[in-house]
Design a protein around this ligand. Sequence first.
Ligand code: GLY
Length: 324
Amino acid sequence: MKSYEIRHLYLDFFKEKGHSVVPGSGLIPFDDPTLLFTSAGMVQFKKFWATDTPLSYPRATTCQKCLRAGGKDSDIDKIGITGRHHTFFEMLGNFSFGDYFKKEAIEWAWEFVLEHLKIPAGYIWVSYYEKDDETKEIWKKFLPVERIVPLSDKDNFWGPAGETGVCGPCTELYIDTGIKKGCSSGCRPGCECGRFLEFWNLVFPQYDKQTDGTLLPLKRRGVDTGMGLERITRIMQNAPSNYETDLFLPIIKKIEDISGCSYDKDEKKKPSFRITADHIRAAVFLIDENVLPSNEGRGYVLRRIIRRAEMAGADLDIKEPFLH
Ligand code: GLY
């Protein structure tokens, strides 16, 4: 299945379930001084949970451009190393603002994964917040209890995006990529070895985190999910990492043409290919929103991204400027 087909399948599925299909917002958050960049699908909706003013829709679904390259949510140091992290990526999401809650969010996630993506149930594991028994009970309808794993707030309490605001317990869906990929026979979701690939996070926003760390109840509780398009595409295309998918292979091919290096034949050069391919996407989408390289703020993040991509290019023996 092509990546664009997955985008459409997701948005159409949630439209059928009564969600408004809303355009993703820009990478520069509108009217939100707490964030450098849009780091999740929920960013444009933060106020919907925090106020009780009437809304034009109680459910929404989006495909959101995200950037995790500066501030608390930055993944920049993992790029190229893991094969599953990005600075720029797309997040598919469904949202409820004081409308449906855990039961529907989990049942629809299960329905989408099994009946529409057609991933066999035997490959799926989930994690949940260790104090959230309600979520565990819902998952027990679908999965044996050994594949429902409790994790602490470090893994299964999401948010806020930035330092303050909307947050809550979450439950994550993982695909088991096979015992041979694991670090030990006891390896489970939560382990960083890479055997279990997390691809969908279902968050249940319930709290508004204050600057002093206090968690106040939100005016509207709800649902905020995030499925990484690059990760689900990797799963659907049975690729060894996010980079061997239709979202990245054309860029990697172009880097091969420019550098004369081979992505498949030279394992040691793979991280440099991946960094370049990841960072060029981030740079293009930032420049598209009028961010230009500079010495501070967003412009500095862009400068750092371009500098790192140039350095990765140098590792691929590229001697001339090439990112343009
Ligand atoms: N807001 C859900 C996520 O970023 O995973």
